[in-house]
Structures are given as structure tokens and as C-alpha cells.
Ligand binder design. Sequence first.
Ligand code: BG6
Length: 369
Amino acid sequence: EKGGWSSFMAKEISEEPEAISKTLLGRIVDGAVRLSELDVLGEGALANIDRVVILGCGTASYSGMLGKYAIEKWARIPVDVELSHEFRYRDPVINDRTLVVSISQSGETMDTLMAVKYAVAAGAKTLSICNTQGATIARESDAAIYTHAGPEVAVASTKAFVAQVAALYLFGLHLAQVRGTLSPEEISGLLGELQALPDQLATVLEQHDAITQLAGWMTDTRSVLFLGRHAGYPVALEGALKLKELAYIHAEGFAAGELKHGPIALIEPGQPVFVIVPSPRAKDSLHKKVVSNIQEIRARGARILAIAEQGDAAVLPYADLVIPIPLASTLFEPLLAVAPLQIFAMELAAAKGLDVDQPRNLAKSVTVE
Ligand code: BG6
């Protein structure tokens, strides 16, 4: 069943381009989004919501952060992202104008299921983004957008994550379509970029061997930090989660802008730091700011492992290793930047002789609260 791969996780990472294209399949028609599964919500339902709350646990919560960035930018609706298990215990403000979007690969995570039930009882509209047909969370929700990543066997989520992001982006563009916040030309352009991602991601996966080599050098590492900004921040959090889960190495992800507010104190000579570098082509100044973060920590002895856009010469003088990713717009970069971190965690775990599909103490789907 592993199809020649050493683990389910390796196989599932190799399936990521397909997971994205299958999730998009049939849902883009003539340069517009067509999500017929949302029809059950009724005419006008999505035009009337004034807030979105995204819920999930672990990896799903990080795809949710990217969903927030996309929905707010494209559809101009305020979005909160919350861990499912925190949500219902703090008396959150939700009502019939709130759309609660739950994200769950399995569709059975008890924390998320209970949060969805709470939202239903409070009168919110509910949408599930789920990878497992007919799962409980999807059935409890008003509507479901299924990701078509195929069964995910390895405990650590990989292809489901990229499929969740693709589904959230489709949904964000659908909202923008319904609410008229983007022009049809803008929507069609963004959908075109989304459709180009599977081929771009396939070229990133070709760097597997180089990343395996890096992981092989780092088996004695005690701690790894991950820095990202804007769309790179959830990628940093996910990279750290993967390393903890699989290789049992202390890892933390930070927003790069937060560095000077504390985490820089952790930097000592030899500390490995992955940095997800924003594109130098973006119209904001984030590339410059992150390069200056790199200079600051490099001056304190950090070893810089940069994930940067192809041809980004500014990082070269300061990086111990650069993993290049193809050119993409800011919100699409995470779909290209996350795979190297998944591969790194998997190969480091494998180099330590650990079971990458079944890490200790973890379950694929946690059905207790
Ligand atoms: C954890 C898994 O228990 O649950 C993670 O180990 C996963 O990989 C998280 O991200 C959420 O699971 P699901 O099925 O709700 O997406």
C-alpha cells in the first residue's frame, strides 16, 4: 500500500500536488468558483454573514490561519481562528450572522465536533472542511466542502493540510464572488494561480534528497526554531509542530516580527533557525524586514536555513542553506513552502530510527475531549 515509499508519510507528501488539483477539480468553471455544496445554505445566506469563526486543532488550525488571511483580504469579512477546545468554554459571541467553519481531516476530532455542536446550538451557520466522506463533523454541519486529498494514513497530517488550504482559498474566493469584493477578472486571475500550484509544488518536491541530507546532519540537534511572517507565519508554526511530532525535538515557530520582543534571547551560537522568507517582489516591505531579522540572528551565531523565492539573492550571503521555491503570490507561497519542512521533519525522524507514521503518544484522530 505504500507504493514503493518507505512510509505512508513519504507517499502522502508525494501526493500533495494531486491533493490540491483534486480539491480544485470541478469547482472552477469559466474562471469563477462553483461550490454547489454551499447551495444548501440557501440564497443570500453568505451575503448576510458579518463574521467568520474558523475552528480546528493542530495542523488544521494552521490551515485555518491561512484561511483567515485569505478571507479577510479577498472578501473583507472579519475572521477569527480559534482552537476548537478553547472555543466553547469562554462564552464566545456568535449568532445567526456568524459562519463557523470547522476544519478537520478526519471529521471525527471530538474537540472540534463539540465546538461545532455548540455553534449549532447558538444559531450560527456551520460549514465543515473535511477529508473523510460522511464524517460526523460534516454531518453535524449545515454544509461541507470535502477536500479530495484521499485517505491520509500517517498520523502527522501533510497532504490534508495543503488540500485544506486549497479548499479555504476556493471558499474565500467564493465569498468574494458573492459579496462583490473582487472583480471577476481578479477572481479568475487568482484561480489561475491556484491551478498552477500543483505543478509548482511538484518541482519543490524534487528537492527531497537535498533536504534528506540536511536532516541527516542534524540528528543530534536539541532545538530548532522556525520564523515566518504574514503567510509564512502559519508555515513556521506547522514546521515546528511537525518536528515535535515526528522527531521529538523541541521546536518553536515564531512570527518574525516578534523576534525582538523575546525569542531573540534564545539565539546562541549554532542554533538552527528555519526562516520562511517573503517574496522580494511583494509590494510590502516584509522581505527587507525578514532579511534584517536574519542578519540579526546570524550575527548572534544562528545557523540559517532559508526557504526563499528562486533567485532571491538577498538571503544568499547569510544563509547556510537555501531551499528555493517557485514564484507565487504571497498567499500561495505557503502551499510551496510547507513541503520542505514536512520532509525535513520526516527525514530527521527516519535518520533517528523513529517510526514516522506512528509517532509515540499520538493518534491519527483524537475522539475524546
Ligand atoms: C491530531 C493529529 O491528533 O489531530 C494531527 O495528530 C491533526 O495530525 C489534529 O492535525 C487534527 O485532526 P483532524 O482530523 O481534526 O484534522
